[in-house]
Design a protein around this ligand. Sequence first.
Ligand SMILES: NC(=O)c1ccc[n+]([C@@H]2O[C@H](COP(=O)([O-])OP(=O)(O)OC[C@H]3O[C@@H](n4cnc5c(N)ncnc54)[C@H](O)[C@@H]3O)[C@@H](O)[C@H]2O)c1
Length: 361
Amino acid sequence: MMGQEHLRNLALLPQAKAVAIYEPDASMLAAALALAPGARAVGSMEALIDAGDVDALVITSPNFCHADQLLAIAARRHLPILVEKPACTDLASVARLREMALQYSQPIWTAMEYRYMPPIAELVKQVHAQSATGPAVMLSIREHRYPFLEKVGDWNRFNKNTGGTLVEKCCHFFDLMRLLMQADPIRLFASGGQNHNHVDESYSDGTPDILDNAMVVLDFPGGRRALLELCMFAEGSRYQEEICVVGPLGKIECMVPGPTRFWPADTLGEPPVAQLILSPRNPAGPHTLDILVDPHLLAAGDHNGSTFYQHQKFLSVVQGLAAVEVSLSDGLSAVVIGLAAEHSAKTGEVVDLTQGPWALL
Ligand SMILES: NC(=O)c1ccc[n+]([C@@H]2O[C@H](COP(=O)([O-])OP(=O)(O)OC[C@H]3O[C@@H](n4cnc5c(N)ncnc54)[C@H](O)[C@@H]3O)[C@@H](O)[C@H]2O)c1
């Protein structure tokens, strides 16, 4: 699914093209080649890495493949890489990748599409400017959405393949928290469960074991805090993400619609438009700004146009014109926070993120 979104968005960039694809599933390969008719199929990842006409690699395999694939590339040929989140699924791989990154001579960008959704990019700009809120003190991110979709081989039904819901899905939000608060969290506590989704499903590995709802509270330096609220049986919502930042001067909210293709337009009409709501304390009162996204970009994916903007920036990195914005280290920090939250939800422990196994660098 995500690989095809990357191909649709690459096709919108005149200076980039997909030249070769490694995809072990025959029907997904056919679908990918249909989106990139100029590309050829190759039979192995090694053949892809060795191809002389390849200037950069995009990794969109299942989560559990990413670490080994990054390490295999590092051992064979250093090329610029855009790797889908999460960069890996366990703490041992975090350590291996941190070590690899020290030696890697080309840029590695972790795909964190949420940063590049136009309403969220505007929120980040406003929060960093501090004009509406002053320094951010409280941040909450609420995602209320549909259950996990079906994937090739049902890999996303089990924690061992994904790292757990708080890694797979929520690494995006922990990344946004680090970006918005301009700091690493120092401590977290999580509560989560699998109350409804996938409990009647059965696979060769058994019944899915993934969380479908959770709350995570994170402390940041300077007496600041953030909350993540995730619910994956709430697809009836008008907005999928509702992000709220409050500081001494006021509050900003960001309302982000879910994928356009899931909106019931036949009964409810046009899908909702992304919004920023600025609510200063003085003079008090909310002001709402609609954030419009180019309909061509909306149609090219499920992420409010963000995949296009991310590729535009990654292309500049490949051309040597810009620096990586979301490093492998950023991607690994988001994984560590997600794994720590999974651990906390399972054990009831508060996790220290400043030292020991969960230390963020
Ligand atoms: N950033 C985002 O917003 C976002 C959204 C969706 C998915 N993703 C990420 O994209 C990745 C793929 O997810 P998806 O939803 O497309 O899953 P998917 O199951 O639809 O696609 C995964 C594809 O990888 C192929 N594959 C399996 N083993 C492989 C291997 N060893 N090498 C190369 N390809 C292999 C499968 O055949 C399949 O076609 C995941 O890491 C997921 O977390 C990111």
